[in-house]
Write a protein that binds this ligand. Sequence first.
Ligand SMILES: Cc1cc2nc3c(=O)[nH]c(=O)nc-3n(C[C@H](O)[C@H](O)[C@H](O)COP(=O)(O)O)c2cc1C
Length: 342
Amino acid sequence: MHVLLLSGSTRSGATTTAVLRTAAALAPSGVTTAFAPSPADLPAFDPDLDRDPLPPAVAGLRRAAGAADAVLCCAPEYAGTLPGSFTNVLDWLVGGGELLGKRAAWINAASVAAPTGGAGATAALATVLGYLGAEVVPAACLRLPVPRQAVGPDRLVTDPSLRDRIAAAIPALVAPAAPPATAGAVRVDVVGPGDLPDLLPLLRAYCDFYEVAPSDAQLERLCRALIADPVHEGRQFLARRDGGAVGFATCYWTWETTGADRVAVMNDLYVAEAVRGAGVGRALLAACRDAARDHGAARLVWQTAPDNHRAQRLYDRTGAARSTWLTYELPVDAAGQAAVAR
Ligand SMILES: Cc1cc2nc3c(=O)[nH]c(=O)nc-3n(C[C@H](O)[C@H](O)[C@H](O)COP(=O)(O)O)c2cc1C
């Protein structure tokens, strides 16, 4: 497998480039890596130049992208989005189509002091990779604040715990796809754009169960927000059995002040009526638990309806404790304002 490294910074001591250099240095055997041309070496994208003979640097970029099996990006955030020079690199890749169907991931190394943790740049990158037809591998995407002092004189990240996490990105990016499930076995995957046709009917069935009716567009917007930014928003999982989609669960990231901890909220879990009792719910719950742990969350929390005794029987068998906290809900529109003002 060959991984193309796309750095979004042109700065000589760039942290982002150091992160990619470190990922390359720690890549497993059997994986080769190469840096794409620097954003500084490409001309400004111009459709008039996007024809043969291409500017030599652009031809080099497209050759490098064509030779890669996967791409790993690391870009800083400038003014709430990707640096313009990096967007320019990606613009040049639109016309060539070299990333179509190829795996892609990013490491977001924005500092802990960054106002939004680099979320604007990550969201923009997810959008552009979508337009390029790349297949984002959520398990390989990483939010890892890397301070400038963590880069050593050899221009590699020196901190061992940061290095361990960077080292995991390329193996996750190139990991072979899971084999097809054997008959009756439940397979759970992180939802990608290609899963939406299977997922959306399950979301609709879930909403019908709770007698609520968001529009199809609203449900799709929710799913796409999670796909675009699994590092900040959360993760959605789809369970399949014998090839058919049979359930989903969604895990949203948040924080809890009392323990100053990250917390994961499993704000829905649904299993199609016909396959209840076959281990699908348990498999989805396990996927959410593992994702919460990988995200650094201290716990996974969820609610269920007081009269949903069947779900409670499953949850009581998983080792989860019932919370004694009460849940309140306040609308944030005029009715909510009036209620608080009283
Ligand atoms: C023009 C400019 C705009 C920036 N805007 C943001 C921003 O909106 N959000 C943010 O988190 N950091 C912002 N930064 C900080 C950079 O993301 C930060 O310096 C980062 O470490 C640069 O990456 P590098 O070390 O790989 O060059 C900005 C920096 C510059 C130079």
